[in-house]
Design a protein around this ligand. Structure first.
Ligand SMILES: NC(=O)c1ccc[n+]([C@@H]2O[C@H](COP(=O)([O-])OP(=O)(O)OC[C@H]3O[C@@H](n4cnc5c(N)ncnc54)[C@H](O)[C@@H]3O)[C@@H](O)[C@H]2O)c1
Ligand SMILES: O=C(O)C(=O)C[C@]1(C(=O)O)C=C[C@@H](O)C=C1
Length: 300
């Protein structure tokens, strides 16, 4: 089983990056695409993100071997319904959504009988839209596949091979476990960034601009993450509710323990934790998972 034609639904950061990466790393694969927003379709045409841009989702998928839905997780069900009538029976349907259980449920409900294999390339930026993508986005990044029980192994391998061609490393796990892990490593960090920047901005009114004016590197790093797309992240929190709430409970307990350590002057506790977290950061860099990617649209 090999992929000759891929259809990309949603031509923003992720969809546009897949289009560009296929053109660069797997030019033999034909690309087609669709976006619900006519302005995005026009921009994607101008940028040549995929070879053919259709005016309906159904037309984009009519000849596809693989369809990748690159829309916010809250829009997956509607996007799947839009392709249902035109989807070739043997086509693999996948996605790039940041949470997986609700997407798996939505795609299977909308496309009964089709090979549905959700995926999540753990690669992105705070940017969004058709101009934000770049071909190297997936290089040396994990792409997590969450096939349902009993999924066709050949289809899982075909999808893995597609992502390997774009430079990604493959991991396979079930959707529920994915959602728990990503709640800790991605979703809660974004919630914390949104919170700290929001709190600082509220305080700004009290201190007449000083919080923002004198904010140094640490706060600026949070503002990068807090600039991430509001629609995408609203949908992630609404669709990964239980894992996020469970992990947030644990996080709150740890935060309270630190608060207590500060109040009681327990310097050892603070120092131990900060040493442990420094080692984690160094481990990430040694593994090659640091931020080596183009400064695409970065302000700093
Ligand atoms: N941004 C990241 O860092 C990142 C990383 C990994 C995965 N993801 C996931 O990738 C998906 C896309 O995110 P993005 O950053 O590319 O967002 P984006 O806003 O850049 O692009 C999403 C596009 O989907 C289109 N769209 C929305 N509903 C649609 C529908 N029903 N049919 C067709 N098109 C529709 C929008 O018009 C938009 O152009 C999300 O599920 C997100 O969780 C994002
Ligand atoms: O680097 C960033 O800006 C990101 O937020 C990327 C990031 C992440 O949290 O790591 C964001 C959401 C995804 O689903 C995958 C990747």
């Amino acid at each position: 089983m090999s992929i000759d034609r891929v259809a990309i639904i949603g031509l923003g950061l992720l969809g546009g990056s897949i289009g560009r990466a296929v053109a660069q790393h797997a030019p033999a694969i034909a690309t087609s695409g669709y976006d619900a927003d006519p302005a995005v379709r026009a921009k994607a045409r101008e940028l040549g993100l995929v070879a053919t841009i259709s005016n309906t989702a159904a037309d984009a998928v009519r000849d596809a071997d693989l369809v990748v839905l690159c829309v916010p997780v809250g829009a997956m069900a509607a996007a799947a319904r839009d392709i249902a009538e035109a989807l070739p029976p043997q086509a693999i349907v996948s996605d790039v959504g940041s949470s997986k259980q609700s997407v798996l449920d939505d795609l299977r409900a909308a496309l009964p009988g089709h090979a549905v294999i959700p995926a999540h390339p753990v690669a992105g930026t705070e940017q969004s839209g058709p101009e934000a993508g770049f071909a190297s986005l997936f290089e040396n990044r994990w792409c997590i596949l969450t096939p349902p029980e009993g999924a066709d192994e050949a289809a899982v391998e075909t999808l893995s091979e597609f992502w390997r061609k774009l430079g990604a490393r493959i991991e396979i796990m079930d959707a529920e476990h994915h959602d728990l892990v990503l709640a800790v490593t991605s979703h809660i960090p974004h919630l914390i960034a949104y919170t700290i920047v929001g709190t600082a901005s509220d305080l700004e009114e009290v201190t007449r601009g000083e919080v923002i004016k004198y904010s140094a590197g640490g706060f600026r790093d949070f503002t990068r993450i807090a600039a991430s797309d509001p629609t995408m992240w609203r949908d992630v929190f609404l669709n990964n509710k239980s894992a996020v709430l469970e992990m947030l409970g644990r996080f709150t307990e740890d935060l309270t323990a630190l608060q207590r350590a500060i109040r009681s002057g327990d310097g050892d506790k603070l120092h131990d934790l900060f040493s442990r977290t420094r080692a984690i950061r160094r481990g990430i860099i040694e593994e090659g998972q640091d931020d080596e990617r183009p400064d695409f649209g970065r302000e700093h």
